[in-house]
Design a protein around this ligand. Structure first.
Ligand SMILES: Nc1nc2c(ncn2[C@@H]2O[C@H](COP(=O)(O)OP(=O)(O)O)[C@@H](O)[C@H]2O)c(=O)[nH]1
Ligand SMILES: [Mg+2]
Length: 299
């Protein structure tokens, strides 16, 4: 079966196979430690995982440990995105510049459109003219309407207009872009809080989801930045972009472990369809397949 996770994680898999070239049934704990570090799992989490492993590790044992990271509060819970029944469902996309927000919006919109939903975009990154143009170009390309304004105008007004327009056009989904200038945290916080406040004025209960977009090529160094955003705004879910272009694909374990937030989607390329729901099993299996062979099987 064609496996998008395996394909997207190829660089990560290559990196694992550099430290552990031969796949085996059982692997020494020390080697597991090296493998996890090689794909950018944080040292703290590697230690936590390795400490609970026996000296010789089977696939199912490591599988267990890795799956545990995605547990919610209780043993049987999983970190999951809350479901939204509201119509329209309003989502805002936050994250630093260059993380992949605008591209991700085009991807999300394409996915919704393919599911038969009626989408509208709000060009809420009014800081740079190029950001508005970029989202406009996407909107034409994927055939989804957009609400925008001139550079420098109030992004919360765009959010308001987009939601009102969505309601009058009977749209099911609103996706709002934002600017991500993290070097001025107070400004960013005020601006994003205002957008959120204004959303709820336009449509009570919205925004229903706040997605934080993280650049996958940053690996676990994106965690600190993610914590700041989460503290400021209470993020609902994470989208990891550019997973196709990095050997740091193991960082997702640390991101989840530290933030205790679900990973909703991954970016697998630059095109509008290069996007996938995060699949915990496919993700973990791709990594385990790089390390282990099935029992009684020759490499
Ligand atoms: N390879 C790859 N490139 C991506 C992905 N997502 C975004 N990009 C690229 O990253 C760059 C920045 O994306 P953009 O959406 O403008 O980021 P923003 O500043 O956060 O809005 C662009 O060149 C995108 O094509 C992805 O999943 N894979
Ligand atoms: Mg952008």
């Amino acid at each position: 079966m064609f496996n998008i996770f395996k394909k997207t994680l190829q660089k990560t898999i290559d990196s694992i196979r550099t430290v552990s070239p031969k796949r085996r049934e059982k692997i020494d704990r020390d080697e597991i430690e090296e493998i996890l570090i090689s794909c950018d799992v944080t040292y703290e989490l590697v230690e936590k995982i390795v400490d609970s492993l026996p000296e010789v590790v089977t696939r199912s044992r490591l599988d267990n440990e890795l799956n545990n990271i995605f547990r919610g509060e209780s043993f049987y819970d999983r970190l999951e995105l809350k479901s939204v029944d509201a119509k329209p469902c309003v989502e805002i996309i936050i994250g630093v510049n260059g993380a992949g927000k605008t591209t991700t919006i085009a991807k999300l919109a394409t996915m919704y459109k393919n599911e038969g939903k009626k989408v509208i975009l709000g060009a809420g990154d009014t800081f740079r003219a190029a950001a508005i143009e970029q989202l406009k170009a996407w909107s034409e390309k994927i055939g989804v309407p957009i609400v925008y304004t001139k550079q420098g105008h109030d992004p919360s007004a765009v959010a308001y207009d987009t939601i009102c327009s969505a309601i009058s056009r009977n749209c099911t989904n609103v996706i709002i872009d934002t600017a991500g200038r993290l070097h001025n945290q107070t400004n960013l916080k005020n601006e994003l809080e205002k957008i959120i406040r204004v959303c709820s004025k336009a449509f009570e209960g919205s925004p229903h989801r706040k997605y934080l977009v993280l650049d996958g090529t940053q690996g676990n160094s994106a965690i600190e930045q993610a914590k700041i955003f989460h503290q400021l705004l209470k993020v609902d879910g994470i989208i990891i972009t550019k997973l196709d272009g990095t050997s740091k694909g193991g960082a997702l374990f640390s991101i989840v472990d530290e933030l205790r937030l679900p990973i909703a989607y991954i970016g697998t390329g630059e095109g509008a369809e290069d996007f996938s729901k995060f699949d915990q099993k496919a993700y973990i299996d791709s990594i385990l397949d790089a390390v282990f062979i099935a029992e009684n099987q020759e490499e």
